[in-house]
Design a protein around this ligand. Sequence first.
Ligand code: ZN
Length: 401
Amino acid sequence: MSDSVGLLVALLALLLGLAAGKAWERYKLSAGRWIDRRRARESPRYLLGLNLLVSNQLDLAIKELDTAAGFDADALEIQLILGNLYREKGQVTRAIQLHQQLLQRSKLTRKEQAYVLLCLGLDFKRGGFVDRALETLTEVLRIDGANQQALSNLQKLHEEQQQWQEACVIRQRLAALAEPAERPRHQAILAFLETRLGLQAMQRDDPAEAVSRYEAAIALDHRAVPAYLNLGDLQRGEGRMDEAVATWEKVVDVAPDRAYLILDRVEGASRGQEDAARFPALCRRLIDANPQDWRARLALGRHLADRGEPSAALDLLFESLVHNPHALAVHQVMWQALAALRFDEPRVRRYMELTRGAVFYLDPHVCMRCRYRSTELLWQCPQCHEWNTFVEERITPAEED
Ligand SMILES: [Zn+2]
């Protein structure tokens, strides 16, 4: 009996202790007054600030959150958000100062410490202080080795410095953390990085290393188009034309939408070879696989025009123009062929009909992530640094009915 009373007393004491602890956590003594720590987060200013943040009104959000922070200078999350807002507004020095002050606090948990360091690392990155950003983000990983934001920002920093090897190591860590369904995306990025390492090896005049990098890229992602292109270019440079063409032609199977990148290469290589049918056959294969392919038609049209077959060339070029009336190259080859036919009137008329509704425009390649525009296909976006995000934008005539 006395045993159970003792147990009850002990339990009660424990509960009281917990409640006191909770109260201590919630309230604190500040300047002789008890302050409710939750008040700052529950204040309408804080909520208004968050709402303004969501609607992207950064200046107003800063103002409201600044006031909310005034209720309780200890509220870590408000200070963190404020610091991040300063960074986004480009007030990097202010963001750095705020985040550095937060780091000085003695009662930060390891998780909080890692998060403040991450924010600080992003401040340094934004301000262009590359070394300090690298240092700070590495510090985050010492505390929390699985911090994906720190890892992906570190990778971008290395990429900006063209430190492809370091970027590779970081991306491998990200890949190891990823769900199985996400693996292919990581493999594809690793393949791009391996390809960059191959190009770097070529600059050092180390073709053996370059070959093994390109092959590693293809092993990681069999759709790694730039790896096939560069490997073929390397083989061509060493005079191994058959191998080069065979390597390039693999692109047709693995990534038919990018196959046009091999057209000029294969045509150039087959010019010196016996096999005159190889290039036209390749173009026909591409056109059959994708009836909208205007580039293969242009390439074959140009090939035929150069070989003194302007009439056959024009048939293909007209078809090419239907699928992309804005390609200047099509117009140029077309006039070359028309001139060879002494401006045959029915064909000139057909040309005029086809081009009547066309609007000329530049920069047809667009980054799907940040809308950056480019005249040529880029494998990595110079603005958002994402890999393989470019698509070709085309204006097609509005359908009438
Ligand atoms: Zn982009």
